[in-house]
Design a protein. Structure first.
Length: 223
């Protein structure tokens, strides 16, 4: 197996993230977009990962991680998400700021330090965006069943538990509308002919594009 490096860690993390969302092999194009590199560079790296035993790559079909590749990806994801939460809780950085900082820090910290951060934060289950934090043994906490806001029944109340699009601009938009993690609201009306839905959050009306609503994962708030 090849020695872990910043580039290798970035690739396995990207592959893991893409596959986790669709349960399909990660395509060259999707990885290139995620890492802002050329498709040619991705193809070359995927061959290297495959030869090293970290991934199984089939040209024109896509790539999946092997067990060693998945284990490495989960270590990187664990570092990233715990760093994000640490920055948000201790330094009060906003959820649109923590991702970029965590991208820089995740390759420099040791697993020992990450375990200390985990303990300091009282073993949290999710990061500031609602993404599950892998445990030290590589397992992922079981999550409650969720449905995107774009599919949520009209008139029903919801609690926002995860945001799939974590681009800073989108997160800032959500903050302005009151759609933060654990925000409770209700789908007031759907306007499919306009591709939007009207949502009530904390007494305020928010109009969301259907495309944006599909990136917001929700669960029932219960009683």
């Amino acid at each position: 197996m090849m020695r872990s490096s910043l580039t290798v860690e970035n690739y396995v993390k990207a592959i893991y993230t893409i596959c986790a969302r669709s349960d399909e092999p990660a395509t060259t194009g999707a990885i290139a977009e995620a890492l802002s590199v050329s498709p040619g560079a991705v193809s070359s790296m995927l061959k290297t990962l495959s030869e090293s035993g970290l991934a199984e790559y089939t040209p024109y079909e896509g790539v999946r991680l092997t067990e060693p590749g998945r284990a490495l990806a989960l270590r990187v994801v664990r570092r990233h998400r715990l760093i994000e939460l640490f920055l948000a809780r201790t330094l009060e950085m906003t959820w649109d700021e923590v991702h970029e900082e965590a991208e820089h820090m995740e390759h420099a910290v040791s697993d020992r330090l990450i375990d200390r951060i985990d303990r300091f934060l009282d073993f949290p289950a999710a990061d500031p965006h609602g993404d599950p934090i892998p445990q030290a043994d590589g397992s992922i906490p079981a999550a409650a069943a969720t449905l995107s806001l774009g599919e949520w029944p009209e008139g029903e109340r919801f609690r926002l538990v995860r945001v799939l699009d974590q681009s800073p601009a989108f997160l800032r938009f959500l903050s302005k509308t009151g759609l933060s993690i654990d925000a409770v609201g209700r789908v007031r009306e759907r306007l499919p002919e306009a591709g939007v839905l009207d949502v009530e959050v904390d007494g305020n009306s928010v109009t969301l594009a259907q495309e944006a609503a599909l990136k917001l994962m929700c669960e029932s708030p219960g009683e």
